[in-house]
Design a protein around this ligand. Structure first.
Ligand code: FES
Length: 101
């Protein structure tokens, strides 16, 4: 099964776009030659994430995360926590969330 997240042409060369995802939001961005889709949820208390200077930062208490790995870099989120990434695939024009039945 798959669900379209966005057109590839909508993804900026730097930073991310936020797209709706079943009542929540997902950051879509480029990582090298691929695309990533990370849930817009801080792993401390669920705050939103802002894309700043190549990192995700939570404005609630300052946790930061690497965009490529999703790993927590600093702040009050658990040291080994990692952002939630969606499984995705692309075709010629769009990025999709994919899951098995
Ligand atoms: S909810 Fe994100 S740092 Fe606290």
């Amino acid at each position: 099964m798959k669900h379209k997240l966005c057109d590839l042409s909508d993804v900026p060369l730097e930073g991310s776009i936020l797209v709706p995802f079943f009542g929540r939001e997902v950051h879509i961005y480029r990582a090298g030659n691929s695309y990533r889709a990370a849930a817009n949820i801080c792993l401390h208390f669920g705050g939103p994430l802002e894309c700043k200077d190549g990192h995700f930062v939570c404005p609630w208490h300052g946790a930061s995360y690497g965009m490529a790995s999703g790993e927590r870099l600093s702040g009050p989120a658990p040291k080994t926590s990692k952002l939630m990434f969606l499984s995705t695939e692309v075709d010629e024009t769009a990025l999709y969330y994919i899951w098995a039945d």
